[in-house]
Design a protein around this ligand. Sequence first.
Ligand code: FMN
Length: 302
Amino acid sequence: MNKLECNLGKLLLKNPITVASGTFGSGKEFKDFYDLSLLGGIMVKGTTPKKRIGNKPQRLVETSGGIINSIGLANGGVNDFINNILPETKNYGTEIIVNISGGTIDDYGYMAEKLSIDGVSALEVNISCPNVKAGGITFGTDPKMAYEVTKMVKNNTSKPIIMKLSPNVTDISIMAQAVEGGGADIISMINTLIGMAIDIEKQKPIINNIIGGYSGPPIKPIALRMVYEVYKSVNIPIIGMGGIMNTTDALEFIMAGATAISIGTANFVDPYIPLNIIDGIEKFLDRKCLKSYTQIIGAAHR
Ligand SMILES: Cc1cc2nc3c(=O)[nH]c(=O)nc-3n(C[C@H](O)[C@H](O)[C@H](O)COP(=O)(O)O)c2cc1C
């Protein structure tokens, strides 16, 4: 038996290591570094109904151990994805999870239907983008809206649905229960925390949009706590992310209750981190004489 086989209900991965949306492009940007089929899955950069140029620069800044981004979902639109990106990602030998965003609930239904095609393994529904004016985070901070978006996606696809939760809420368990109620198959969490940075010489915010999404190692304890809480609140599997940099971080998320994990900002530091983590988890299982990593999912609750 493969020790790392990962069962997310309707979605099966060869291992629980995926790469997070917006930090790995469509995979093309990383395919010269290593064989992408080694990954459990790739969450591709957020796709929207129409092409978006994103926010005005400056839209990325390194700060306090992490980064703040305000990309604003720059992408070529769903038709460009289907015609020009999907034909290549299909050949990567790993699960392709398409991250979708919209400005209205109907947009999400439209995207779900359009992407119910060969080569798409699952849809990750971004209701938590802090960098767009319409939609995005408003869907991810109101349980009723989150429920409605989930239901809309569910009614328009038979693909597994992963709802991506925002940490910018008072009680993330309520959001998790709302999307579970709407028919989510899987939860991914967390998206970025809202942050900002100021240039003291110019006495102005560094990010043109003033605020952006904060990611990287400093958000890990918050993400871990949220995964721990959500694990107790719902019965669907979790893909955990937020500041994962190494094997220890990944194992912490699994022990908090994540069935799979996603590597985000770490890809900008060292593109080989996902592979090092796959290797590191295998070594940990050998050292502990465990037959499958599934034996440690949620271990911190026992
Ligand atoms: C530059 C950048 C772009 C991102 N774009 C998206 C996106 O398009 N859709 C999405 O759901 N999350 C997006 N995210 C959020 C990540 O997928 C991830 O949830 C977050 O960064 C936390 O993980 P990390 O700390 O490991 O990076 C983006 C993050 C970064 C840093």
